[in-house]
Design a protein around this ligand. Structure first.
Ligand code: NAP
Length: 299
């Protein structure tokens, strides 16, 4: 029986904890398989995906910046991906590729594990890429009122159209859209109970994120004061990004993206293997890997 293969594809991908997390879960489940990381620039995506298909990969995760472009390369789209309009998990079955989304359910599970009830809450989400789509979908399903703030306002408008009133599943969901430089962003932030960074801003804060990661900055308007009652979530994991540092300095509860990573990964694992993964093993593998990265960058 050949060793089964899985991977994460993206650009950058070197910082990803998915290989450590999934390899630990595969070992713990006694599955003879390996999970790797493959850096693919946007112009390499089609050829790279075909290579994975030809080589008989059983499945792969899709990360920055390919979650929307991936629709062009799968044979089937599952309901989870169609609803969010982003693909982060692909199942390969006999050479047929099926796109799924586990970011939305992973974000829901992470909020629950952190004890956050967001029903009726006002939420501001920075970003309108693949991850933001999962987060906005999750928040709308949980009954939050969502404002999306993005540098490219047209992308945020498209997100609001895809997940808004025209969506057959989400119904009349009034997503408010603001450009990142709109003066209305600061009052919106100060009215909100939940702030989420779903941009890549802060990624290059990670020593291992590589040169093409987003700026080291934060999506917050300069000098904005956050109210201490605001819960602040950064999808970037394992480090105090400038966004989380500012939130902590303002007295806010601040949460990184580690639990979402574990929960979305656990759902991908279930899809690929049909086996319930040990999420504690997955979380511990991520924490071990982060501790190693910290030790390496300190030495
Ligand atoms: P993406 O599709 O490439 O979207 C990137 C987003 O970041 C866009 O909204 C983009 O704005 C914004 N952005 C990039 N550079 C910027 C800059 N210099 N100034 C302002 N905005 C900028 O990426 P993604 O897949 O959504 O991932 C976003 C982040 O979420 C990444 O850090 C990723 O690692 C993280 N993530 C974490 C988890 C988890 O489980 N914890 C899951 C998924 C993703 P424009 O539209 O203007 O380009």
């Amino acid at each position: 029986m050949p060793r089964e293969r899985f991977a994460v594809i993206g650009d950058p991908v070197e910082h990803s904890l998915s290989p450590a997390m999934h390899n630990a879960a595969l070992r713990a489940a006694g599955i003879d398989a390996g999970y790797g990381a493959l850096r693919l620039a946007p112009h390499e995506l089609g050829a790279g995906v075909e290579r994975l298909r030809r080589r008989g990969y059983r499945g792969f995760n899709v990360t920055v910046p390919h979650k929307e472009a991936m629709f062009d390369y799968v044979d089937r789209v599952a309901r989870s991906a169609a609803e969010v309009a982003a693909i982060n998990t692909v199942i390969c079955n006999g050479g047929v590729l099926e796109g799924h989304n586990t970011d939305s359910s992973g974000f829901v599970a992470a909020l629950e594990l952190h004890g956050l009830d967001v029903q009726g809450a006002k939420a501001v989400v920075f970003g309108a890429g693949g991850a933001a789509r999962g987060v906005v979908h999750a928040l709308l399903q949980l009954g939050s009122q969502v404002t999306v703030v993005n540098r490219t306002v047209e992308k945020a408008r498209k997100l609001a159209r895809d997940l808004g009133p025209a969506s057959p599943v989400l119904g009349p969901a009034p997503v408010v859209v603001l450009a990142a430089d709109d003066p209305a962003v600061t009052p919106a932030i100060q009215r909100t109970q939940l702030l989420v960074n779903a941009t890549t801003l802060g990624m290059s804060h990670l020593a291992s994120a590589g040169p093409s990661a987003g700026d080291a900055g934060s999506p917050l308007p300069p000098g904005v004061d956050l109210l201490p009652r605001t819960v602040v979530v950064d999808l970037i994991y394992g480090r105090q990004t400038p966004f989380l540092q500012h939130a902590a300095a303002c007295g806010c509860r601040s949460i990184d993206g580690l639990e979402m990573l574990v929960q979305q990964g656990a759902e991908s694992f279930r899809f690929w293997t049909g086996v319930e993964p040990d999420v504690d093993v997955m979380r511990e593998a991520c924490l071990r890997e982060l501790a190693e990265v910290r030790t390496c960058s300190a030495s």
